[in-house]
Design a protein around this ligand. Structure first.
Ligand SMILES: [Zn+2]
Length: 278
């Protein structure tokens, strides 16, 4: 990583303005690279939502409002370079699998547990996006039938029950005062009974979801990233035990914490760009 910039998405300005910002930012980065004596050879862009990586189209995004935006071709035309478009979590998973905590394993499931929950299945360094660019939506499997309403409209989904937001909501409902997921983890470690209960329930719900994932994918390693994985051993140790308790015939996955942090998506975008070079 030679140079990093962070800019607000500004989704409230509408998807067209967000696209313009992405194009301006990409052109600016290429210009800075050239000014520094480098030669950009390809561009990689990753976005959230449903992404058709083959067509290079940002098909749908709840947060940004994308509807069938041909982002790959727009970027390629603006910068006059080959371009690739990817999904943020899948690209992060690709980076973790090839260069991060999954690099010693062939069958990797990257699971991002943050504001939402999503997964990326990577085998031999290749990610699988599904027929419609929507594979890996692990956050939207039912773990508690009839449970907490999910942003997608259903109930009891893993994301509604066990994301960082879910942990906060669960704690606020029991304790009567708000706390972030990180605060809940710290309070549980300090012996706060409500926090311990919330964290224990969260680990159990996550274990239910990850055992389903293991049943479907038969992974060698699960790489856990996102904000909740910042808890480190406070998450991985009890989660490993809870998964083991639930397995019957399935083989136990090795649980590891992601290594690339919130730069995984950027590194993954660069990998997609390199793969897209003619
Ligand atoms: Zn859902």
């Amino acid at each position: 990583m030679l140079h990093t910039e962070r800019h607000a998405t500004g989704a409230d300005r509408g998807p067209d303005a967000v696209v313009e910002t992405i194009l301006d930012l990409a052109a600016g980065l290429a210009g800075k690279a050239r000014a520094g004596g480098l030669t950009p050879v390809a561009v990689g862009v990753t976005v959230p939502g449903v992404v058709d990586e083959v067509a290079g189209v940002a098909a749908w995004s709840a947060n940004v409002g994308f509807r069938d935006v041909p982002l790959r071709d727009l970027v390629s035309a603006r910068l006059a370079l080959p371009a690739a478009l990817g999904h943020d979590v899948r690209a992060g998973g690709l980076a973790e699998a090839r260069l991060g905590s999954g690099r010693d394993f062939r069958h990797v499931l990257f699971v991002a547990i943050g504001t939402g929950i999503a997964a990326a299945h990577v085998v031999d360094g290749q990610g699988f996006a599904g027929a419609h660019g929507a594979a890996g939506e692990l956050g939207h499997i039912v773990v508690r039938p009839g449970g907490t309403p999910c942003g997608c409209g259903a109930r009891g989904h893993l994301e509604a029950e066990a994301s960082a937001a879910g942990v906060s909501r669960r704690y606020a409902a029991l304790a009567g005062s708000p706390a972030t997921a990180a605060e809940v983890v710290a309070r549980a470690a300090a012996g706060d009974a409500v926090a311990i209960q919330v964290w224990t329930e969260t680990v159990e719900v996550l274990a239910d979801g990850l055992v389903t994932a293991q049943t479907l994918y038969d992974t060698e390693a699960m790489v856990l990233g996102g904000g909740l994985a910042e808890a480190g051993d406070a998450l991985l140790a009890p989660l490993g035990v809870a998964i083991r308790e639930r397995l019957t015939f399935q083989r136990e996955p090795i649980l590891v914490r992601a290594a690339l942090g919130d730069e995984a998506g950027c590194v993954g975008a660069a990998l997609l760009a390199l793969d897209a070079r003619p």
